[in-house]
Design a protein around this ligand. Sequence first.
Ligand SMILES: [Zn+2]
Length: 334
Amino acid sequence: MRSPASQRSIMNDRSAQMGTTSFTKKALGSENGEPAVTPPPAPITETTFVKKPKLASGKSRKRDIPEGLWTKCKRCSTMVFDKELDENLKVCPNCQYHFPLGARERIHSLVETCSFEEMDADMQSVDVLKFTGISTYTSKLADYQKSTGQKDAVVTGIGKIEEHRVGLGVMDFSFLGGSMGSVVGEKLTRLIEKSTEKCLPVIIISTSGGARMYEGMFSLMQMAKTCGALAYHARAKLTFISVLTDPTMAGVMASYASVGDLIIAEPGAMIGFAGPRVIKDTTQAELPAGFQTAEFLLDHGLIDSIVPRKDMKKQLVEYLDYLTVGAKRAASAN
Ligand SMILES: [Zn+2]
């Protein structure tokens, strides 16, 4: 233990270092050493402020690293420059992993400039069941419409792919997992009916988790409705090409996506009805390697070809040339 005298002398030393008269006076006038907890005088505060800019400058150096310019590939973990990824149609230049592609970008990559006439652009879903889960269906729709700029999960219209006029429907996974509700079903049905009326081939590019649970039975009804419209289209001897992209599952795969005259898929796309975990639990069997991938389905005859995204337009034109030659000949004979 220090004597009161030595305590006082330490306090005096501290006060001298801090250079404040008031602090020194208080320390001297007190017997129990309380002045040690006296609020710090002005000169100390100034010293603290002098140090702060140094810390701030250290942080700002970190902030200088640009963000949002690079994307990490899910498959090979390569950092890909976003501009390069966009120019490569969202395909990893290193391992050819096909990133999700939005409906508008997809249409832009396929049709001739300014040739696309969109149909039913303002059609939007209604919450007929008054569905409420963690949040209401109405608020979910509003959130997705705001974040994606889309009214629903499909864009439809008529456009030209080289010299072929086609009815084109493109789904967008970023809107509620590309789920098929009454708007998706209705827009596709109207597209198919319009194409039948105008004797045009139909191409539907699918990506979907399946039926939209928020619409219950109304979404399941779309499976029959779209297939019914396609049956009339087929009866008119018109071509329907179904393109499956990652992922195409459940109610969509169990309806229009699997009834194409030609069914093609992008490399590595996950395609199926129930998910692999459900099948494994139900069958209690080990699933084969590559189960539910485009490559597996091609080997087993469920799809006709796998076409990389960069070749998609060229390949579609080749298929359309081949499949519509009879219709063209009939048209020129009339
Ligand atoms: Zn990659």
